[in-house]
Design a protein around this ligand. Sequence first.
Ligand code: ACM
Length: 271
Amino acid sequence: MKIATVQIAPIFGEKEHNLNTIINLINNTECDLIIFPELCTTGYSFADRNETEQYAESSKGDTISILSKMAMEQNKIIILGFAEKDDHQLFNSAAALFPDQNLNRIYRKSHLFYREKFCFDPGDTGFFVINNHDLDVNIGLMICYDWRFPEAARSLGLLGADLIVCPSNLVTDVWHISMPSRALENKVYLACVNRFGTENRNGESLLFKGKSAIYDYNGKILAEAAPDAEQILFADIDPIKTRDKSFNPFNDIFKDRRTDLYHNNSIEIIS
Ligand code: ACM
């Protein structure tokens, strides 16, 4: 299975321009799955909910409908981040669009970063895995800052993901320490698809740091982009290889878990 990650620099508020860029890249990229960054149709730095609402779209709106049709016609899975409006709610979402439209799903970002808290509602979809029979691949979604919470990738791993897709707009460098660990500790492939470029808005300048990366199930980098350029990364992945979670005859990273010792909601303090 050939996957492609597309690192671009969307222009804030220029939805038509951004969508045309995305369409051209889909048309000209040979692959089974193509992935774009977080909020790639609108740009990132919304001022507040009013502004987000101006640019956000229903998952049944024109943008997602056009791209869903392309997924069907070109027999490609398309995953991208977009600003979603659902009645009065606003979500930082990712659409996963399949050749078989029955599989289409929307993931709404669970952990909101920085000023996103003033622009979006916290996601309510939770984590899920989509099984694509044709390619025999199980795909899980998370978005950017979700990486800081090992529970996000772990949930996807336990649900049977072979590949975690993480559309991103990353502005730090620390994620390079953890993102490969999320792949290693769950024995899954992971594609972190970042944007590059700067947005100067609301009296603040945000530099998005590129360096999109595809990791194998041992956390090894299969491909990595530059910090500041439009770039498509490709990797051939073999989803079946992620399903046996053992790495020697005596250790299996899921079966070895000591769930009897892990605390979810309570901490026992012994004094
Ligand atoms: C981020 O969650 N966009 C850093």
